[in-house]
Design a protein around this ligand. Sequence first.
Ligand SMILES: Cc1cc2nc3c(=O)[nH]c(=O)nc-3n(C[C@H](O)[C@H](O)[C@H](O)COP(=O)(O)O)c2cc1C
Length: 188
Amino acid sequence: MTARHTTTPADQVDPAGFRGAMASFATGVTVVTVRSADGDLHGMTVNSFSSVSLDPTLVMVCLAESSRGLELIEDAGVFSVNVLSHSQESVSRWFADRHRPADSTMFTGVAIELGATGCPTLREAAAAFDCRVHRLVAAGDHVIVIGEVVSLTHRTELEPLVFHAGGYRSLSAPASAGRALLHVVRGE
Ligand SMILES: Cc1cc2nc3c(=O)[nH]c(=O)nc-3n(C[C@H](O)[C@H](O)[C@H](O)COP(=O)(O)O)c2cc1C
């Protein structure tokens, strides 16, 4: 069978073609959180997460210039990256929903605790990287946010949620298709 492919010169690549090719890259899914100076909590779904350096320990996310999360992180100078576990598809959808509440009530029903930086970390996440902002790098319509990890949580028994070709996947079983309930009340 002949493999099907297209090759497009850079000056003819459109957003849909770019997104389509990027969709072949499977990622995990994170929720990036921040606690602002006035105590308000914010979270947004992000899959542009990567490790950067071991010494010092640096990670990065790329956030849209227009995102509220970026504005809050720039002000606070701290953020937390929470790697979602396989049962958290509904959490991913929620923190990507632009109609969710703009204030801390967006965390209602999500089990959290405040990490070393004061940012919320999700108790059911597979891992959490609590970070101090190391550097912000403007890049097109996004900003690369590089963070120095000040605290790390790893729940080794939890499998990650996987995002591929615009859909959610689990390593061992089909993802829960949005049926998972957020069952723990914040503030415990
Ligand atoms: C799977 C997935 C991955 C996403 N990854 C990113 C990302 O890497 N960077 C980004 O800026 N937005 C990303 N988004 C979109 C944001 O979650 C969405 O725009 C959110 O509403 C932004 O919230 P805010 O503007 O209130 O901070 C992603 C959404 C989904 C569903």
